[in-house]
Ligand binder design. Structure first.
Ligand code: ZN
Ligand code: FE
Ligand code: FE
Ligand code: ZN
Length: 265
Protein backbone atom coordinates (compact mmCIF):
# COMPACT_ATOMS: atom_id res chain seq x y z
CA UNK A 1 0.00 0.00 0.00
CA UNK A 2 1.30 3.42 -0.81
CA UNK A 3 1.11 6.17 1.77
CA UNK A 4 0.31 8.87 -0.78
CA UNK A 5 -3.21 10.24 -0.64
CA UNK A 6 -4.27 10.58 -4.23
CA UNK A 7 -6.85 13.00 -5.53
CA UNK A 8 -9.83 11.34 -7.22
CA UNK A 9 -9.58 10.12 -10.80
CA UNK A 10 -12.38 11.99 -12.51
CA UNK A 11 -11.99 10.68 -16.06
CA UNK A 12 -12.55 7.00 -16.91
CA UNK A 13 -14.31 5.08 -19.67
CA UNK A 14 -16.06 1.71 -20.09
CA UNK A 15 -16.46 -0.95 -22.75
CA UNK A 16 -19.81 0.57 -23.73
CA UNK A 17 -18.01 3.22 -25.84
CA UNK A 18 -16.54 0.55 -28.19
CA UNK A 19 -12.92 1.69 -27.74
CA UNK A 20 -12.32 0.92 -24.07
CA UNK A 21 -12.48 -2.17 -21.85
CA UNK A 22 -14.01 -2.94 -18.48
CA UNK A 23 -17.10 -1.87 -16.61
CA UNK A 24 -17.30 0.47 -13.60
CA UNK A 25 -16.84 -2.43 -11.13
CA UNK A 26 -13.50 -3.22 -12.77
CA UNK A 27 -12.35 0.40 -12.50
CA UNK A 28 -13.40 0.47 -8.84
CA UNK A 29 -11.43 -2.69 -8.18
CA UNK A 30 -8.23 -1.34 -9.73
CA UNK A 31 -8.74 2.03 -8.06
CA UNK A 32 -8.86 0.34 -4.67
CA UNK A 33 -5.74 -1.69 -5.49
CA UNK A 34 -3.91 1.52 -6.36
CA UNK A 35 -5.02 3.29 -3.21
CA UNK A 36 -7.46 5.73 -4.80
CA UNK A 37 -10.34 6.71 -2.55
CA UNK A 38 -12.62 8.05 -5.24
CA UNK A 39 -13.17 7.80 -8.98
CA UNK A 40 -15.77 9.05 -11.40
CA UNK A 41 -17.11 7.06 -14.31
CA UNK A 42 -17.25 9.49 -17.21
CA UNK A 43 -17.95 7.50 -20.32
CA UNK A 44 -18.68 9.19 -23.63
CA UNK A 45 -22.29 10.35 -23.62
CA UNK A 46 -24.69 8.91 -26.14
CA UNK A 47 -25.67 11.38 -28.82
CA UNK A 48 -28.63 11.60 -31.10
CA UNK A 49 -28.35 12.07 -34.86
CA UNK A 50 -25.50 9.59 -35.13
CA UNK A 51 -22.82 12.01 -33.94
CA UNK A 52 -19.56 9.99 -33.85
CA UNK A 53 -21.25 6.61 -33.22
CA UNK A 54 -17.93 4.69 -33.29
CA UNK A 55 -16.87 6.24 -30.00
CA UNK A 56 -19.95 6.08 -27.80
CA UNK A 57 -22.81 3.99 -26.50
CA UNK A 58 -26.14 4.32 -28.26
CA UNK A 59 -28.99 5.79 -26.24
CA UNK A 60 -30.68 2.41 -25.50
CA UNK A 61 -27.41 1.27 -23.83
CA UNK A 62 -27.37 4.20 -21.46
CA UNK A 63 -29.38 2.25 -18.87
CA UNK A 64 -26.58 -0.34 -18.84
CA UNK A 65 -24.09 2.41 -18.10
CA UNK A 66 -26.20 3.81 -15.26
CA UNK A 67 -26.72 0.33 -13.80
CA UNK A 68 -23.01 -0.41 -14.15
CA UNK A 69 -22.18 2.65 -12.07
CA UNK A 70 -24.80 1.73 -9.45
CA UNK A 71 -23.32 -1.76 -9.24
CA UNK A 72 -19.83 -0.35 -8.71
CA UNK A 73 -21.14 2.01 -6.03
CA UNK A 74 -22.68 -0.97 -4.23
CA UNK A 75 -19.38 -2.86 -3.97
CA UNK A 76 -18.11 -0.38 -1.40
CA UNK A 77 -14.61 -0.60 -2.95
CA UNK A 78 -13.80 3.05 -3.44
CA UNK A 79 -16.32 5.86 -3.84
CA UNK A 80 -17.64 5.82 -7.38
CA UNK A 81 -19.19 8.96 -8.79
CA UNK A 82 -21.68 9.02 -11.61
CA UNK A 83 -20.32 11.22 -14.37
CA UNK A 84 -20.30 11.60 -18.10
CA UNK A 85 -17.99 13.04 -20.78
CA UNK A 86 -20.28 15.03 -23.02
CA UNK A 87 -19.00 16.29 -26.35
CA UNK A 88 -19.62 19.80 -27.50
CA UNK A 89 -20.33 20.05 -31.23
CA UNK A 90 -22.41 22.45 -33.26
CA UNK A 91 -26.08 21.72 -32.69
CA UNK A 92 -25.66 19.65 -29.50
CA UNK A 93 -27.00 22.30 -27.17
CA UNK A 94 -30.80 21.78 -27.27
CA UNK A 95 -30.35 18.05 -26.72
CA UNK A 96 -27.83 18.36 -23.87
CA UNK A 97 -29.75 21.17 -22.19
CA UNK A 98 -32.70 18.82 -21.92
CA UNK A 99 -30.90 15.51 -21.35
CA UNK A 100 -28.22 16.41 -18.77
CA UNK A 101 -30.61 17.74 -16.09
CA UNK A 102 -32.74 14.60 -16.46
CA UNK A 103 -29.83 12.52 -15.14
CA UNK A 104 -28.42 12.62 -11.63
CA UNK A 105 -24.79 13.12 -12.58
CA UNK A 106 -22.16 14.05 -10.03
CA UNK A 107 -20.09 15.75 -12.70
CA UNK A 108 -20.12 16.47 -16.41
CA UNK A 109 -16.88 16.71 -18.36
CA UNK A 110 -17.04 18.87 -21.47
CA UNK A 111 -14.91 17.95 -24.46
CA UNK A 112 -14.24 19.05 -27.98
CA UNK A 113 -13.00 16.10 -30.03
CA UNK A 114 -13.48 17.54 -33.50
CA UNK A 115 -10.73 19.03 -35.65
CA UNK A 116 -8.14 18.19 -38.24
CA UNK A 117 -5.43 17.90 -35.59
CA UNK A 118 -6.15 14.15 -35.39
CA UNK A 119 -4.59 13.78 -38.83
CA UNK A 120 -1.32 15.51 -37.93
CA UNK A 121 1.87 13.62 -38.60
CA UNK A 122 4.61 14.68 -36.18
CA UNK A 123 7.30 13.79 -38.75
CA UNK A 124 6.01 16.42 -41.15
CA UNK A 125 6.55 20.17 -41.15
CA UNK A 126 3.44 22.36 -41.15
CA UNK A 127 3.42 26.09 -41.80
CA UNK A 128 2.67 28.18 -38.70
CA UNK A 129 -0.51 29.77 -40.14
CA UNK A 130 -1.92 26.30 -40.81
CA UNK A 131 -1.28 25.15 -37.24
CA UNK A 132 -2.53 28.43 -35.84
CA UNK A 133 -5.77 28.05 -37.75
CA UNK A 134 -6.35 24.55 -36.36
CA UNK A 135 -5.76 25.80 -32.82
CA UNK A 136 -8.03 28.76 -33.41
CA UNK A 137 -10.85 26.55 -34.71
CA UNK A 138 -10.54 24.19 -31.73
CA UNK A 139 -10.43 26.93 -29.11
CA UNK A 140 -13.34 28.73 -30.75
CA UNK A 141 -15.35 25.54 -30.23
CA UNK A 142 -14.07 25.29 -26.66
CA UNK A 143 -15.23 28.85 -25.96
CA UNK A 144 -18.65 27.97 -27.30
CA UNK A 145 -18.66 24.94 -24.97
CA UNK A 146 -17.88 27.23 -22.03
CA UNK A 147 -20.64 29.68 -22.95
CA UNK A 148 -23.32 26.96 -22.88
CA UNK A 149 -22.93 26.67 -19.11
CA UNK A 150 -23.81 22.97 -19.41
CA UNK A 151 -20.55 21.44 -18.19
CA UNK A 152 -18.53 21.35 -14.96
CA UNK A 153 -14.97 20.56 -16.05
CA UNK A 154 -13.15 20.91 -19.37
CA UNK A 155 -11.43 17.70 -20.45
CA UNK A 156 -8.03 17.56 -22.21
CA UNK A 157 -7.89 21.33 -22.63
CA UNK A 158 -5.12 21.59 -25.25
CA UNK A 159 -5.97 18.47 -27.25
CA UNK A 160 -4.74 19.83 -30.64
CA UNK A 161 -1.17 19.10 -29.50
CA UNK A 162 -2.05 15.38 -29.30
CA UNK A 163 0.08 14.23 -32.21
CA UNK A 164 3.12 16.10 -31.01
CA UNK A 165 2.93 19.22 -33.18
CA UNK A 166 4.33 22.20 -31.32
CA UNK A 167 2.96 25.72 -31.32
CA UNK A 168 4.80 29.00 -30.79
CA UNK A 169 4.49 30.78 -27.47
CA UNK A 170 2.96 33.84 -29.17
CA UNK A 171 0.16 31.82 -30.76
CA UNK A 172 -0.39 29.96 -27.52
CA UNK A 173 -0.88 33.21 -25.62
CA UNK A 174 -3.08 34.76 -28.25
CA UNK A 175 -5.44 31.79 -28.48
CA UNK A 176 -5.37 30.13 -25.08
CA UNK A 177 -5.48 33.06 -22.67
CA UNK A 178 -8.89 34.39 -23.80
CA UNK A 179 -10.27 30.87 -23.44
CA UNK A 180 -8.91 30.60 -19.89
CA UNK A 181 -10.45 33.97 -19.06
CA UNK A 182 -13.80 32.66 -20.29
CA UNK A 183 -13.41 29.48 -18.21
CA UNK A 184 -12.61 31.52 -15.10
CA UNK A 185 -15.57 33.80 -15.67
CA UNK A 186 -17.90 30.83 -16.14
CA UNK A 187 -16.68 29.32 -12.85
CA UNK A 188 -15.72 26.06 -14.55
CA UNK A 189 -12.90 23.71 -13.71
CA UNK A 190 -10.28 22.09 -15.92
CA UNK A 191 -8.67 18.70 -15.52
CA UNK A 192 -5.06 17.60 -15.56
CA UNK A 193 -5.37 14.69 -17.94
CA UNK A 194 -2.41 12.33 -17.78
CA UNK A 195 -3.21 10.44 -21.00
CA UNK A 196 -1.21 13.00 -22.99
CA UNK A 197 1.99 11.70 -21.39
CA UNK A 198 1.49 8.56 -23.50
CA UNK A 199 0.46 10.34 -26.69
CA UNK A 200 3.02 11.79 -29.11
CA UNK A 201 2.49 15.12 -27.28
CA UNK A 202 4.39 13.57 -24.34
CA UNK A 203 2.91 15.90 -21.73
CA UNK A 204 -0.27 16.27 -19.73
CA UNK A 205 -3.31 18.15 -21.01
CA UNK A 206 -2.95 21.00 -20.35
CA UNK A 207 0.76 21.81 -20.49
CA UNK A 208 2.56 23.12 -17.38
CA UNK A 209 2.51 26.62 -18.89
CA UNK A 210 -1.27 26.61 -19.36
CA UNK A 211 -1.69 25.10 -15.90
CA UNK A 212 0.10 28.03 -14.30
CA UNK A 213 -2.03 30.51 -16.27
CA UNK A 214 -5.08 28.60 -15.03
CA UNK A 215 -3.84 28.80 -11.45
CA UNK A 216 -3.29 32.57 -11.77
CA UNK A 217 -7.00 32.78 -12.66
CA UNK A 218 -8.04 30.55 -9.72
CA UNK A 219 -9.54 27.98 -12.07
CA UNK A 220 -10.16 24.81 -10.03
CA UNK A 221 -8.53 21.60 -11.20
CA UNK A 222 -9.40 17.93 -11.16
CA UNK A 223 -7.16 14.96 -12.00
CA UNK A 224 -8.05 12.46 -14.70
CA UNK A 225 -6.32 9.48 -16.26
CA UNK A 226 -8.78 9.24 -19.16
CA UNK A 227 -8.30 5.49 -18.62
CA UNK A 228 -9.73 3.33 -21.38
CA UNK A 229 -8.81 0.16 -19.49
CA UNK A 230 -9.24 -0.48 -15.75
CA UNK A 231 -5.53 -1.03 -15.06
CA UNK A 232 -4.80 2.54 -16.14
CA UNK A 233 -6.94 4.21 -13.51
CA UNK A 234 -4.93 6.78 -11.54
CA UNK A 235 -2.06 6.51 -14.03
CA UNK A 236 0.78 9.00 -13.54
CA UNK A 237 -0.97 10.83 -10.72
CA UNK A 238 2.33 11.45 -8.88
CA UNK A 239 3.55 13.30 -11.97
CA UNK A 240 0.30 15.25 -12.27
CA UNK A 241 0.28 16.19 -8.58
CA UNK A 242 3.86 17.42 -8.89
CA UNK A 243 2.98 19.53 -11.96
CA UNK A 244 -0.08 20.94 -10.22
CA UNK A 245 2.02 21.96 -7.22
CA UNK A 246 4.64 23.57 -9.45
CA UNK A 247 1.87 25.55 -11.15
CA UNK A 248 0.79 26.82 -7.73
CA UNK A 249 -2.13 24.54 -6.89
CA UNK A 250 -2.68 23.20 -3.38
CA UNK A 251 -6.33 22.07 -3.72
CA UNK A 252 -8.32 20.06 -6.21
CA UNK A 253 -12.03 20.09 -6.89
CA UNK A 254 -14.44 17.39 -5.71
CA UNK A 255 -17.93 17.05 -7.11
CA UNK A 256 -21.20 15.66 -5.73
CA UNK A 257 -24.43 16.16 -7.65
CA UNK A 258 -22.60 18.80 -9.68
CA UNK A 259 -21.72 20.83 -6.57
CA UNK A 260 -18.04 21.60 -6.13
CA UNK A 261 -15.89 21.67 -3.04
CA UNK A 262 -12.11 22.10 -2.79
CA UNK A 263 -9.85 19.70 -0.94
CA UNK A 264 -6.10 19.84 -0.36
CA UNK A 265 -4.03 17.26 -2.25
ZN1 ZN B 1 -12.57 7.62 -25.43
FE1 FE C 1 -12.19 13.04 -24.64
FE1 FE D 1 -12.25 10.53 -22.10
ZN1 ZN E 1 -11.51 11.82 -23.27
Amino acid sequence: MSSIVYPPDYHTHTELCHHASGMPVDYAEFAELKGLEEIACTDHAPAPWKYDPEHRMVSPQFVRYRDGVLKAQATGKCRVLYGIEADYYDGCEPYLARWLPEQSFDLVLGSVHTGDFWKFDARREYPDPFIKNLWRVYFTQLQKLVRTGLYDVIAHFDLPKRSGIGITDAILREIVIPTLDAVAQAGMGIEINTSGLHHPAGETYPSPQILSWACERSIPITFGSDAHSPDRVGNDFETAMQLAREAGYTHSARYRQRQRTLEPF
